[in-house]
Design a binder for this molecule. Structure first.
Ligand code: HEC
Length: 105
């Protein structure tokens, strides 16, 4: 039981940690975010509110305590209640994660 559970966990977490370890390109991440995420999130490195009310800006996400590349990667690869599950190619995912992390003050 415990073994099966940890195996399942290892299988789920493996692709994520592999992706999180690769360095993305923040500039590409910003381009990508403008196309895919900007409908709801303020993605640019500026003060202001997201276009969709109640949604955090990327800067706010970056400065959320405990937020890390790993946490963003996990978020992006899971289902959520309000944000659509957007499937990203690993390269795009790394780029967008490194962009968000670069917004940390
Ligand atoms: C259709 C609107 C929409 C789009 C498009 C969208 N998001 Fe979101 N996002 C949300 C909402 C709403 C939340 C608030 C959390 C929830 O779903 O409960 C959220 C939350 C998040 C969070 C978690 C913030 C936290 O503090 O927990 C991350 C990270 C995130 N979005 C990243 C992205 C990225 C990267 C993209 C583009 C690839 C993207 N989002 C595109 C609506 C969107």
């Amino acid at each position: 039981m415990t073994l099966r559970l940890s195996l399942a966990l290892a299988v789920t977490l493996l692709p994520m940690s592999a992706a999180a370890q690769e360095q993305g390109t923040p500039e590409h991440g910003l381009d990508f975010a403008r196309k895919v995420c900007a409908e709801c999130h303020l993605v640019a490195d500026e003060a202001g509110l997201s276009p969709r009310s109640g949604v955090k800006t990327f800067k706010e996400i970056a400065n959320t305590p405990g937020m890390s590349a790993m946490a963003i990667g996990a978020w992006m690869q899971s289902e959520h209640e309000h944000m659509p599950h957007i499937l990203l190619a690993p390269g795009d995912l790394n780029d967008v994660i490194s962009y968000i992390v670069s917004l940390k003050d």
